[in-house]
Design a protein around this ligand. Structure first.
Ligand code: NDP
Length: 453
C-alpha cells in the first residue's frame, strides 16, 4: 500500500477548509495539512463578512446618535474617526486569526504557508516542496471580478474598501448585489456621498421583488443616488479623483470608485485541469452532490464550486465531506430553505422561495405587512419595515419569508427553523407573538394580498 505524507491536504484555510481540516484531524485522528497563501480565516473572516459587519455596526451608530435625540438624549455633534474604526477592526481580525491558528494547532493540523498546486492527483507542491496525500480538498474560495473597461485599474474592490486610509467624501459603487448595497449603506451612514450604478433596473437580482423595491426605496430615502439601467464606459483619473463616464453621456466626478460586480472561483493555476478535475466555463470546480470532483480522491467545497456562496453553506459542505469520506455516512448538503441576509441599511433577511418562484410551482397566498418600527416613533426616523409570507394554497405550508427592516437577519434566522420543519401558516398563526416586537408580525399578519391569479 502506498504510504502518503498525509491523509488529507486541504488547499485554502477559509471557513470551509478550516472546518474540514479540524474535523478530519481532531475528530477522526487523520494526518491533515492545510495550505494557505493569504491569511488564515479566508474571505469571510479576513476580507468579508466579519470586517464588513464591524463596519455595519459602526454605521448603525451614526443612525443611533440621530435617533437618540427624540428619546431625550442631548448631545453635541458626534465626531466619527475612520482610522480608529479601521485600527480596532484590524486588531479584532488579528485576534480571530490567532484563534483560527490555535484551533488548527489543537486539532493537530499541520499549517503550511504558501501557494498549493497539484502536481498529480496525490501530490501537492507548495513553493517547490512536494507533499503526498491520499485525499485532496480544494477550498480556495473566490476573488472579486470586474469588467475590463478603460480605467478599471483605478478602482478598488471590497478588499481595499475595508482598509482605506481615510473615509472618502464621495464614492461611486458599481454593482447592485450583496456587496454593493452593503457598502453603499456603510459609506452613506458614515457621511460619504454615495452613487450606486446598476446595469439592471433594480438591485439584488434573485431576491423577492417587493424586497428589492422596498430596500431600493429606503436607500434612496437615505440619499443614496441610484443610476439604474446604466453602464460605466470608462474611468478617468483627475486631479481631484476620478470621472466615471456613463452611457447616455452622463459623468460623475468622485473621489473613489468601488466595483462589486461579482466574484469568480479561485480555481485556476492550481493544476486542477491538468490532473483531470473539470472546471466549468465560469471557473467553478465541477462536483457531485458529495462535493467530489471528476477525480475520485479530489473534493471541492465552498465558493470555488459556485453553488451557494455563503459561509455557513461552505461550513455545512465541509461537514458533509467529512461525514462522507471519514464518517462512513455519505452526506449530501441540503440547499433547501437556506436563509441569508444582506446587511444593508435597513437590512434584509430571507428564507425560502420568492413570490415569483412560488407562483411557478402552483397557487399561493401572499401575506404582507408594512409598518413603522416602534423605535422610530419617538426618534422621527422616516424608515419602514416590510415583511412578506408566501404560503402554498393547497398544503398551507409556508414556502418563503422575507423581510426588510431593523433586525431582519436576526428574525429570519429564527423563522428559518419553522420553514425547515415544514411549518404551515396555521401553525404560524397559532404561535403567540412577543409584544411589542417586529418579529411578532410574522405570527399576527393575516392581511392576505388580493389574489391576482
Ligand atoms: P453578486 O453576484 O451578488 O452581484 C453582482 C452585481 O454586479 C449584480 O448587481 C450584477 O448585476 C452586477 N454586475 C455583474 N457584472 C457586471 C458588469 N460587467 N457591469 C456592471 N455590473 C455588473 O456579487 P457581489 O460581488 O455583490 O457578491 C459576491 C457573492 O458574495 C454573492 O453572490 C454572495 O453570495 C456573497 N456575499 C454574501 C453576503 C451575505 O451573505 N450577506 C455579503 C457579501 C457577499 P445584474 O443584477 O444585472 O446581474
Amino acid at each position: 500500500m502506498v504510504k502518503y505524507d498525509f491523509d488529507l491536504i486541504t488547499i485554502g484555510a477559509g471557513s470551509g477548509g478550516v472546518r474540514a481540516a479540524r474535523m478530519v484531524a481532531g475528530e477522526h485522528g487523520k494526518r491533515v495539512a492545510i495550505v494557505e497563501n493569504l491569511r488564515t480565516g479566508g474571505t469571510c473572516v479576513m476580507r468579508g463578512c466579519v470586517p464588513k459587519k464591524l463596519l455595519v455596526y459602526s454605521a448603525h451608530f451614526g443612525h443611533d446618535f440621530e435617533d437618540s435625540a427624540g428619546y431625550g438624549w442631548m448631545q453635541g455633534e458626534p465626531v466619527f474617526n475612520w482610522p480608529i474604526l479601521i485600527a480596532n477592526k484590524n486588531a479584532e481580525l488579528e485576534r480571530l486569526e490567532s484563534v483560527y491558528h490555535r484551533l488548527l494547532r489543537n486539532a493537530g493540523v499541520t499549517e503550511i504557508a504558501g501557494t498549493g498546486r497539484l502536481a498529480d492527483a496525490h501530490t501537492v507542491e507548495v513553493d517547490g516542496k512536494s507533499l503526498t496525500t491520499e485525499t485532496i480538498l480544494i477550498a480556495t474560495g473566490g476573488w472579486p471580478t470586474m469588467p475590463q473597461i478603460p480605467g478599471i485599474e483605478h478602482v478598488i474592490t471590497s478588499n481595499e474598501a475595508l482598509d482605506l486610509d481615510a473615509l472618502p467624501k464621495h464614492i461611486v459603487i458599481v454593482g447592485g448585489g450583496y456587496i454593493a448595497v452593503e457598502f453603499a449603506g456603510i459609506f452613506n451612514a458614515l457621511g460619504t456621498e454615495v452613487h450606486e450604478i446598476i446595469r439592471a433596473d433594480m438591485i439584488l437580482r434573485g431576491f423577492d421583488e417587493d424586497i428589492r423595491e422596498s430596500l431600493r426605496d429606503e436607500m434612496t430615502a437615505k440619499q443614496i443616488k441610484f443610476h439604474s439601467g446604466t453602464k460605466v464606459e470608462r474611468i478617468e483619473k483627475t486631479n481631484q479623483g476620478f470621472t466615471v463616464n456613463l452611457n447616455a453621456s452622463e459623468a460623475v466626478a468622485t473621489e473613489l470608485v468601488m466595483y462589486a460586480t461579482g466574484r469568480t472561483p479561485n480555481s485556476r493555476d492550481i493544476g486542477l485541469e491538468e490532473v483531470g478535475a473539470e472546471i466549468d466555463d465560469k471557473g467553478a470546480v465541477v462536483v457531485d452532490a458529495y462535493s467530489r470532483t471528476t477525480v475520485d480522491n479530489i473534493y471541492a467545497i465552498g465558493d470555488v464550486t459556485d453553488r451557494m456562496n455563503l459561509t455557513p453553506v461552505a461550513i455545512e459542505e465541509a461537514m458533509a465531506f467529512v461525514n462522507t469520506v471519514y464518517g462512513g455516512e455519505p452526506t449530501a448538503m441540503d440547499y433547501v430553505n437556506v436563509p441569508s441576509a444582506v446587511f444593508s441599511q435597513p437590512p434584509v433577511g430571507t428564507v425560502g422561495l420568492t413570490e415569483d418562484q412560488a407562483r411557478e410551482r402552483g397557487a399561493i397566498d401572499v401575506y404582507m405587512s408594512n409598518f413603522r418600527p416602534m423605535k422610530y416613533t419617538l426618534s422621527g426616523r422616516d424608515e419602514s419595515s416590510m415583511m412578506k409570507i408566501i404560503v402554498d394554497r393547497a398544503s398551507d405550508r409556508v414556502l418563503g419569508c422575507h423581510m426588510v427592516g431593523v433586525d431582519a437577519p436576526e428574525i429570519i434566522q429564527g423563522i428559518s427553523i419553522a420553514l425547515k420543519a415544514g411549518a404551515t401558516k396555521a401553525q404560524f398563526d397559532a404561535t403567540v407573538g412577543i409584544h411589542p416586537t417586529a418579529a411578532e408580525e410574522f405570527v399576527t399578519t393575516h392581511k392576505k394580498l388580493p389574489d391576482d391569479d
